[in-house]
Design a protein around this ligand. Structure first.
Ligand code: ZN
Length: 323
């Protein structure tokens, strides 16, 4: 927990700015909490053992760091934001991870950092509650690098392809709502633009004899149930993110519902890319997995369209270590 109430003046205080001395209480259950300032972990407030409070759940350091980084990047631009502030009247934990104030408080946008599984209903209930409160939410999953095997980089881009990615169901929900994903990367403390796609696999043909006849099966491409493919572009520094509001229609996808209304999304300033995310073309059971096409945007220079299509080849495995 990053925020507590300072007993001296009843003000909200963030652990990073707090000094030991005054008594601190939990904004939820009002019980005393302790400021923990260790040498390794970042400062936080902790409940007494066994506290029955929905705010008492331990969170991962990645989650805590994400909230602090997003808040710090936003404040560095001279803008206001709150961490772990209550904005909703729904059951359970009513805190938003980060609440961004637009200039002059024209509107607010919530960032929800997500690290643990959430079912579709919980995502829908929470997103709808934010929508009805007039506060759009951007869901930000945390990128777990050890789940990324066999990473390849697409030539000429800063796009990486993970061919066999085990995408948690809740990430699909966010992906479909927002038309893509923005992953927070706790290692470089930046974000990646993410795109999920089908993972196409080939089933080898087999044939056998039974009852004097030859039978055969397989020999076709299919979309994997277990795997997805993931494209990651980045990483981008948090200082380059801007927030925009977008209007979304309510939609049905796969087995779930995506609420419509005024939502929000990130925008990247000084977007350096002159290419688009890959597009898969011509993927059917009949003609194979399809090809990935990467496009460079054509630019008009001295009355001439200048453009080049990118190679759709990939480099050998590399680690996502570049800053
Ligand atoms: Zn509490």
């Amino acid at each position: 927990m990053l925020v507590a109430i300072n007993g001296a003046d009843e003000s909200r205080v963030e652990a990073g700015n707090a000094v030991k001395g005054p008594s601190f209480t939990c904004p939820g259950c009002k019980a005393p909490v302790t400021l923990a300032k260790g040498r390794i972990r970042r400062p936080y407030f902790g409940h007494r053992p066994g506290a029955a409070c929905s705010y008492a759940a331990l969170e991962t350091w990645e989650h805590q760091q994400a909230k602090e980084d997003f808040a710090a990047a936003y404040r560095a631009r001279g803008l206001e934001c709150d961490v772990e502030i209550e904005v909703l009247s729904i059951d359970g934990d009513r805190r938003a991870d980060v609440l961004l104030h637009a200039p002059d408080d024209a509107y607010h946008v919530v960032l929800e950092v997500q690290n643990s599984p959430l079912d579709y209903t919980a995502l829908e209930v929470r997103t709808t509650a934010y929508l009805s409160a007039g506060v759009p939410v951007i869901w930000v999953p945390i990128l777990i690098r050890k789940r990324l095997d066999n990473v390849q980089r697409i030539t000429g881009t800063n796009i990486y392809h993970v061919s066999h990615f085990s995408a948690p169901p809740w990430q699909f929900w966010i992906h479909d709502l927002q038309g893509g994903l923005w992953y927070y990367d706790p290692v470089v403390r930046g974000v990646w633009r993410g795109l999920l796609d089908d993972c196409m696999l080939y089933r080898n043909p087999t044939s056998w004899f039974a009852d004097g006849d030859e039978h055969s099966a397989g020999g076709h491409w299919y979309s994997s149930e277990r795997w997805s493919s993931l494209f990651l572009e980045g990483p981008f520094d948090l200082s380059r993110l801007r927030v925009k509001r977008v209007k979304r229609p309510g939609r049905k996808r796969r087995t779930y519902r995506l609420p419509g209304g005024i939502g929000a999304d990130f925008l990247l300033v000084d977007d350096p890319r002159d290419y688009t995310m890959p597009v898969r073309i011509g993927s059917t059971k009949a003609n194979g997995p399809g090809d990935f096409h990467y496009y460079r945007v054509e630019r008009r220079i001295d009355d001439q369209w200048v453009g080049a299509s990118l190679e759709a080849s990939v480099l050998p495995d590399i680690a996502l270590t570049e800053g």
